[in-house]
Design a protein around this ligand. Structure first.
Ligand code: TRP
Length: 348
């Protein structure tokens, strides 16, 4: 039987995990987010906690605030400055060490963006058109497909390759992007000579945390526990959470998804198994469950929220982190672009 792309990616990922445990030197994690608003607990358990883990394990971390990616599917940029700030605050709140990480924005790093031109020549229109993630995002935007959305996997390749990021934590759905990045690195090297390393997707297991209505956590659905919310906001959101009318609280993800999701959430926050929490609540019903969840979440987020508030009081510090990150990113991107030009014989 032939092995699927996924199996191969999983093996590479496992090998990198072993290297992280043994000796993480030479590894550089490259990842990021679009600055579209504040982050929620789904982001925390899905990716942020993993980034902090990697940084604490001694892996170098590059965090991209993907501002140009915001305009792939929307035209309103009126809150972009505020959103960049909120994203940085969330990073710092969850425990990213800004003195070790490089936090930067697309728009401040011209040489990164220029890599897009040679990279675009290395993929065909057909390859871009069949990227499943681009298709999904275009569907989500009501079928609109801007030229930038169509080509953004190539832009993402530039994000990763400019700084020679070799570890990219991704969910399964983002794997096609990383395959595009690997393909571009490979084709560039083949055509012009060795400049880029093909990065590895890090496919860490992360728990799926759903919103308080049982659907995917998303800010627009008003079902998300925001990291920056107050304790009262959190309590009232959980109070309105969907449950069922059975008094006995049990962890049964298949038959009782909403109750089980709340148990999972409390479990993650307490560092315990959801079954154990269900056992304690017993026959006390949804009201008792919600009380436990609210307390667990608020207690878990309290130190992060306190840190966030401290940093929010110090806008000069936030600016200085971004200035330093952008400066560092520019130095690396200029160097990479110089090498690309040399390999392409474009030095005059
Ligand atoms: N596409 C990612 C998202 O929508 C953000 C992103 C942009 C990214 N460039 C990246 C992630 C490079 C990893 C590597 O969340």
């Amino acid at each position: 039987m032939t092995r699927s792309t996924f199996d191969v990616a999983q093996e590479r990922s496992d090998a990198v995990e072993r290297r992280i445990a043994d000796d993480p030197s030479g590894l550089r994690v490259m990842t990021g987010d679009r600055p579209t608003g504040q982050l929620h607990l789904g982001h925390y358990f899905g990716t942020l906690a993993n980034r902090v883990r990697l940084q604490q394990a001694g892996v170098e971390v590059f965090l991209l605030i993907a501002d140009y990616q915001v305009i792939t599917d929307r035209s309103d940029v009126s809150s972009i400055r505020q959103n960049v700030r909120e994203l940085m605050l969330d990073y710092l709140a969850v425990g990213i060490d800004a003195s070790e990480a490089t936090i930067f924005t697309h728009s401040a790093v011209p040489a990164l963006n220029q890599l897009m031109l040679p990279f675009l020549s290395l993929v065909s229109a057909a390859e871009l058109q069949r990227n499943p993630t681009v298709k999904a995002e275009s569907d989500a935007a009501g079928g609109a497909l801007s030229g930038l959305l169509l080509t953004y996997p190539v832009h993402q390749a530039a994000d990763i390759l400019y700084c020679h990021g070799n570890v990219v934590p991704v969910g399964r759905d983002q794997l096609p992007h990383l395959e595009t990045t690997r393909l571009i690195a490979h084709r560039f090297n083949e055509r012009y000579g060795e400049v880029f390393t093909e990065p590895t997707a890090l496919l860490s297991e992360t728990p799926l945390v759903l919103g308080t209505d049982g659907g995917k956590m998303s800010k627009s659905a008003n079902n998300s526990i925001m990291l920056a919310a107050t304790e009262d906001e959190t309590a009232s959101l959980i109070k309105r959470a969907k449950t069922d009318s059975e008094r006995a609280i049990r962890y049964e993800p298949e038959s009782r998804p909403e109750v089980s999701n709340l148990l999972r959430l409390a479990g993650l926050c307490q560092g315990r198994r959801p079954e154990a929490i269900a056992g304690e609540i017993g026959e006390a019903g949804s009201g008792a469950l919600k009380k436990v969840v609210t307390e667990s979440v608020n207690e878990f987020l309290r130190p992060m929220r306190a840190r966030r508030a401290e940093f929010a009081d110090d806008p000069g510090y936030l600016s200085s982190i971004l200035d330093t990150g952008n400066e560092r990113a520019n130095a690396i991107a200029d160097d990479t672009l110089d090498r690309v030009r040399e390999h392409m014989g474009m030095v005059y």
